[in-house]
Design a protein around this ligand. Structure first.
Ligand code: NAP
Length: 305
């Protein structure tokens, strides 16, 4: 495994993060096994949100950590707030209440990183800044970040929030390549040239904000995995070929493809299977050369001008 200081000034954690959005389906002992397997494989960062499983994901994680044998101080726990039922809420009151709820469910006195989950167009940046300041000063949140935000939204927040914004979660993977498409097809008539994220990749690189790609093996917006999906035959064939050459699984190669990008992204994987966690963790040591990176990009249905 490889490790980074998230956002340059944040906690040190593995380049692969384990997403906990789906662990509400598991029993406490299964989650304990999953945590143990992840840590054995070198994964030290665990991603949550107040809404995952209606709170059950944080709750079962908190209970399972105690029986997993893994020490709280040896892992990085991050969670998110701001999505409510049918609306977004970056009010100070909601941010505070959400964090209190997460800490209670996780059975922890702090989270290492709090992410604002999805932009709330009704937010008052001064109010967000005050709420984050209060939580950081109280020691309940160690670092702050965002999720699904474009450069202009980041600028607006950064003009008010005192703490550095160390991470931005964005969807990215072989079946969702928007982050790199626009830069690759700049000034062309290709659809990929349409900028949907305001240049988030370049902005985050420039400002040292770690991009944490989510739903890395999904197509659409969490519509199912593209792995082994006949609708994505070409990229599956290409992944199979590279996987055979490297002695790895196609899933690990798909993650290595993300890790190969010099933005030093920190993919969040979402499997609930211990064997898959261990296999995918090997991605950190797979070498994807430049030609192979582009071949996989093209096999995913992208054109380069
Ligand atoms: N910031 C945001 O807006 C946002 C949005 C969505 C998610 N997230 C974060 O990103 C994390 C990952 O999202 P995700 O769960 O959609 O990620 P993912 O890794 O793309 O998908 C995992 C899902 O794919 C399935 N899968 C099927 N074949 C697989 C294979 N060969 N290898 C691995 N998985 C396979 C898994 O099933 P098994 O469990 O049976 O392996 C699981 O249901 C979440 O847990 C959450 O922390 C953030």
């Amino acid at each position: 495994m490889e490790y980074i200081d998230i956002g340059g000034t944040g906690p040190r954690g593995s380049v692969i993060t384990l997403g906990c959005m789906r662990i509400d389906q598991l029993s406490e002992s299964e989650v304990a096994g999953l945590i143990g397997t992840a840590v054995d494989a070198g994964i030290t960062v665990f991603d949550h949100a107040d809404i995952y499983g209606g709170g059950r994901c944080e709750e079962v994680f908190g209970a399972a950590l105690a029986s997993s044998g893994v020490r709280r101080e040896d892992i990085v726990v991050q969670t998110k707030c701001g999505i409510r039922s049918g609306f977004y809420d970056f009010s100070a009151e909601h941010i505070r209440t959400s964090v209190e709820g997460s800490l209670r469910r996780l059975n922890m006195d702090h989270v290492d990183l709090l992410l604002l989950h999805r932009p709330d167009t009704l937010m008052e940046p001064e109010e967000v800044a005050a709420a984050l300041d209060e939580l950081v000063t109280a020691g309940k949140v160690r670092h702050v970040g965002v999720s699904n935000q474009n450069p202009a939204q980041l600028d607006l927040l950064r003009a008010h929030v005192r703490q550095p914004i160390i991470a931005n979660q964005l969807q990215f993977g072989l079946a969702h390549t928007g982050l790199v498409d626009a830069g690759l097809t700049v000034n062309t008539g290709f659809d990929g040239g349409i900028v949907r994220d305001g240049g988030a990749l370049e902005y985050c690189r420039l400002h040292g904000i770690t991009i944490q790609p989510w739903s890395v093996l999904q197509h659409g917006q969490i519509a199912g995995t593209f792995l082994g999906n006949p609708d994505f035959q070409q990229v599956n064939d290409a992944l199979d070929e590279v996987a055979a050459q490297l002695g790895a699984t196609p899933a690990a190669v798909a993650i290595a493809w993300i890790l190969r990008h010099p933005a030093r992204m920190q993919p969040v994987i979402g499997t609930t299977k211990q064997a898959r966690v261990a296999e995918i963790a090997r991605a950190a040591h797979l070498e994807i050369d430049r030609e192979t990176w582009y071949a996989l990009y093209r096999a995913a249905g992208n054109v380069i001008p």
